[in-house]
Structure formats: C-alpha cells, structure tokens
Write a protein that binds this ligand. Structure first.
Ligand code: ADP
Ligand code: ADP
Ligand code: ZN
Length: 214
C-alpha cells in the first residue's frame, strides 16, 4: 500500500504516519525527518535545507524530488510506504507520479488530515520533538511518561525552532499557497480520502484504517 499524508503543518500527519507504519508493517518516510537528520550530521544537503526551513519556507523541489524517488525504490519499500511531508508542491507530485509510472506503480491513497488553522497554532506551541529519533509528542495531548524525555529512546525533547508562533503562521501561509492545491490534484486522480483531524489521535487513526480497509 502506497500512501501519501496531506495536511497543514501540525495537522497530525507524522503522528498518524507512524501509527500506520506500525499497523501495516511498511516504512514511514518523512522528508522533514530526513532534512533534520542531515542538518544534525552536518551534510551539504542539511546546510542547504536549513536556510529555508528556519524561515518557514519550502526547500526547493530539486533538493527533494530525487531524494524521495531514490528512497521509495529501496528494498524495504517493496510492499509499500507512507510518505509524510512529500509531495508539498504540484511539481513534486508530478515528479513522483512520473517516477512511479516508469516503475509501473501508483499511489493508492492520499489521506488529507483536515484541521483548521486556529487549532494548528495551539497545537504547534505544545509540540515537542525528540532530537534523537524524531518522535513527536504534545505537552497536553500526547505527554511523555517523564517530562522532557522521549518515551521511545530516552532522547531529549525540544520545541523546534520552526514551531515558534511567528514561523508557524508563515508555514501555514506557505501551505495554503503551495501545498493545498494537491488536494485537487489527488482528487482528480481518484486517490483522495479525507479525515477529520480535530478528533483525538486514536479516533483519527481508526477513521483512516476504516477507510483504507474498504
Ligand atoms: P511539518 O509537517 O510540521 O510542517 P516537516 O517536518 O514535514 O514539518 O517539515 C519541516 C520543514 O522541512 C518544512 O517547513 C520545509 O522547510 C522542509 N520540507 C519538508 N518536506 C519538504 C518538501 N517535500 N518540500 C520542501 N520542503 C520540505
Ligand atoms: P505534522 O506531522 O502534520 O506536522 P504532528 O504529527 O507532528 O503533525 O502533530 C503536531 C502536534 O500535534 C504534535 O505535538 C502532536 O503530538 C499533536 N497532535 C497530533 N495529532 C493530534 C490530535 N488528533 N489531537 C491533538 N493533538 C495532536
Ligand atoms: Zn526519541
């Protein structure tokens, strides 16, 4: 099963993608996590991506597309995968479609997690991310057992620089201008499904699983 997660920053894509990856035994591929790992490792890609990420802007398509197209052809993706945070622009979606078509494959579902902007701003202030494994929590909605420490790996939790309120509003604007058009793109392909992302985490998950099992 090949799944794309769509939705605004903070809609819960990563949270649901991780749960779906466990449920279906397929990899969760997050371009944001890939960039953050590259920044931490000090690679050239990381250095380039960081200047855009810090400003709440998208990293240019040419730095993203090849990376994802290579990743989905690795062995662990043979049974499928969940793409989280890619595609984020129409050219990225077209690049992915072209690459998949050449392989005789296609995306099965684009899951749009719908959350209004007002809810997002509140969520992002409470998001905490593990510096080590990329795990994501929320101070109120998904607290860790020990404050400030990742449940999964014991890593330190931080508020991401780009989750500060001034950058969140900018990222929402970027989302509406550049990413939201993908909803029409995948609707036209007959791949779009929608869930109400304002519900609690487990209910959103149950709704997605129900849709995917039809
Ligand atoms: P969120 O889902 O909270 O917005 P991500 O971790 O998916 O955050 O992405 C963080 C940042 O990484 C984005 O704001 C953007 O700068 C960059 N990024 C991630 N994926 C892409 C992509 N497909 N295209 C361009 N930039 C991306
Ligand atoms: P995205 O990957 O779309 O940027 P995340 O999965 O990182 O979003 O979720 C953003 C924040 O909101 C995190 O702190 C997460 O724990 C929290 N969150 C995710 N889903 C829900 C939900 N359904 N209700 C409340 N908070 C949620
Ligand atoms: Zn961790």
């Amino acid at each position: 099963m090949k799944i794309i997660m769509l939705g605004a920053p903070g809609a819960g894509k990563g949270t649901q993608a991780k749960m779906l990856a466990d449920q279906y035994g397929i990899p969760h591929i997050s371009t944001g996590d890939i960039f953050r790992a590259n920044i931490k490792a000090g690679t050239e890609l990381g250095t380039k991506a960081k200047t855009y990420m810090d400003q709440g802007l998208l990293v240019p398509d040419e730095l993203v597309c090849d990376l994802v197209v290579d990743r989905v052809q690795q062995e662990d993706c043979a049974k499928g995968y969940i793409l989280d945070g890619f595609p984020r622009t129409i050219p990225q979606a077209e690049a992915l479609d072209q690459a998949l078509e050449a392989l005789g494959q296609k995306i099965d579902y684009a899951v749009n997690v719908e959350v209004p902007d007002a809810n997002i701003v509140k969520r992002m202030g409470g998001r905490r991310a593990c510096v080590n494994c990329g795990g994501t929590y929320h101070v109120e909605y998904l607290p860790t057992k020990v404050e400030g420490i990742c449940d999964r790996c014991g890593g330190e939790l931080i508020l991401r620089d780009d989750d500060k309120p001034e950058t969140v509003q900018k990222r929402l604007n970027v989302y509406h201008a550049q990413t939201q058009p993908l909803i029409d793109y995948y609707t036209a392909k007959g791949a779009l499904v929608e869930v109400d992302g304002t519900q609690d985490i487990q209910k959103v998950f149950d709704d997605i699983v129900e849709i995917l099992s039809k």
